[in-house]
Design a protein around this ligand. Structure first.
Ligand code: COA
Length: 260
């Protein structure tokens, strides 16, 4: 199976949906999937017609059930370290300069949960199941789970999920802030596209500035983050989109953001 087969891209109305396509293995992150995802992100990064990306899993059972455990067998410590260092798809999603929505349609475990954590917004179907079960394998999360999960849900809840390997349902994930919205399973696709469509109307430069600035809040001391935000704010005055947005408001019409 080629890289393209295991990672599908569909584009409609400025929205690209990336589907991890290994449903028989619950969309586990094989080397081919990781390469295919990296290639897809690079293609979509360059495509000016794409303003929002959605990541989801093929089939009705899984978003992504984690790293491909079959790959772990027999690896040495050095090989394990190289494995997790190579092609960091989690940081690639986080650094992708456009909004990314995780559409969590089923099992979202281990590396799958970490990939969802690297996305900007997480919408889950009511049958979704989430967790970081790596301790069951004698491991810890290696795709950012120990860092991004506590930032999102708090240290105690992250510790509990990681220590126990407990798998929680969508309602619990919503309660602790691991997902942002839960919708009936049959409405997941439509609701996610609706949200992506709302975001895709906005100026791409403003979206990138918003993403980088909010991300900076995770990384920077407050004073540096506030300065970073102000620099982006000022920079946006140089875009045609910002002038269009202001003119449209004053002329009482809808803005047409052209991405310039
Ligand atoms: N890596 C590799 N293969 C995986 C996988 C993973 N992370 N998760 C599921 N699969 C495979 C199974 O081996 C099985 O393959 P097979 O049909 O060739 O035997 C297939 O996907 C279906 O999974 P199965 O376990 O039969 O489904 P289930 O409904 O009984 O259980 C889960 C679903 C998610 C509870 C179970 O598959 C599981 O625990 N997966 C591992 C989750 C995990 O630990 N992820 C973190 C990895 S670090």
């Amino acid at each position: 199976m080629s890289d393209k087969d295991v990672v599908l891209i569909e584009k409609t109305d400025r929205i690209a949906t990336i589907t991890i396509n290994r449903p028989d293995k619950l969309n586990a992150l094989s080397p081919e999937v990781r390469v295919g995802l990296a290639v897809a992100l690079e293609e979509l990064r360059r495509d000016d017609d794409v303003r929002v990306a959605i990541i989801t899993g093929a089939g009705d059972k899984a978003f992504i059930a984690g790293a491909d455990i079959a790959e772990f067998k027999g690896k040495s410590g050095v090989q394990g370290y190289r494995y997790i260092q190579t092609g960091d798809i989690y940081s690639a999603v986080e650094r992708f300069p456009k909004p990314v929505i995780a559409m969590i349609n089923g099992f979202c475990l281990g590396g799958g949960c970490e990939l969802a954590l690297a996305c900007d917004i997480r919408i889950a179907g009511e049958k979704a199941k989430l967790g970081q079960p790596e301790t069951n394998l004698g491991l810890i999360p290696g795709g950012g789970g120990t860092q991004r999960l506590p930032r999102l849900v708090g240290q105690g809840r992250a510790m509990r999920l990681i220590y126990t390997g407990e798998i929680i349902d969508a309602a619990k994930a919503l309660e602790i802030g691991l997902v942002d919205e839960v919708v009936p399973q049959g409405e997941l696709g439509q609701r996610t596209l609706e949200l992506a469509g709302m975001i895709a109307q906005k100026s791409p430069a403003a979206l990138q500035a918003a993403k980088e600035s909010v991300r900076a809040a995770w990384q920077m001391p407050l004073d540096a983050g506030l300065r970073f935000e102000k620099a982006w704010f000022g920079l946006l005055f140089s875009t045609e989109d910002m002038q269009e947005g202001v003119a449209a408001f004053l002329e009482k019409r809808k803005p047409e953001f052209r991405g310039r």
